[in-house]
Design a binder for this molecule. Sequence first.
Ligand SMILES: [Zn+2]
Ligand SMILES: [Zn+2]
Length: 331
Amino acid sequence: MKAARIGQPNFMEMIDLPVPVAGAGEVLIRVRASGICGTDIHIFRGEYLGGYPVIPGHEFAGVVEQVGSGVTRFAPGARVAVEPNIACDNCANCLQNRQNFCLNWQAVGVTRPGGMAQYVLAPEKAVFEIGDLPFEQGAFMEPLSCVLHGVERLEPQMGDQVAILGAGPIGCLLLQAVRLRGAAHVTMVDKNTDRLEMARALGADVVLDDLNALKPDHYDAVVDATGAVAVMSRAVDFTRHGGKVLLFGVPPGGKMMSVEAFPIFRKGLTILSSFTSLRNSLQAVELLRSGRIDVSKLVSHRLPLEAFQHGIELIEGGREGVMKVMVIPNA
Ligand SMILES: [Zn+2]
Ligand SMILES: [Zn+2]
């Protein structure tokens, strides 16, 4: 099989490997759609957890090709997506239902071979049926799971006014999720006007192309979906007294964020973060299949496996029109 491998930071190579064999409790999946995410950029640029070489790709869907002994929920032919974070279920954090902080954490596409390959192995417990959902939409199960976890932590209240900084694919998922949780009014900010148009089509009430156009001390919740520390540090400015800040975007390692301390105290703010997800995959599939969360227009580019690095550069370039870039390994 063909795989796109990151040999070391900033170096991608195409390699040929034998198709893996499903061992006990494992499922072999033929990958049909594999999304490139900001985390892949951090891995490619050497700014994230995990080692090298690694086959990236942690947002993907495909068809079950083979099941190992003891697998009960799947048979060949099933249409599935994968929750990449694999917890041991037997450490101090897992035993307190904090599987996202598993002390023996593994992740498909981060610490284990991922979906930027024609085939990938996953343990059965990480595999979820997507029914007749198109593969590209199934590939959103993972980012949506993370968004649902973040919104569960934020606990927006019915009638809230929310500002979301960043209207990329994640911002557009956050927008829809906070509306489902009762937000009355959502303002989206992005420099990219195509993204703002998308956000408006998905239900944003106000779209702004300048962070400074947000109202100071106004929003019940401000959510950062950029991971850019310069933007994250501004979130506090726009949050109302007693409001909440959710730092959702993944910042690069090693960067400091500077925030004036007094307003956090004076405004009694709650500042939250969110790391991966916690048993949100079934919810995500239900919301995608029902259409309550619409991802059908979020894919802007479809590329062959060989073009993985080009996909990274497209996203980094941030040009108009770039939303989710999908790699199709078995085109
Ligand atoms: Zn991701
Ligand atoms: Zn664990």
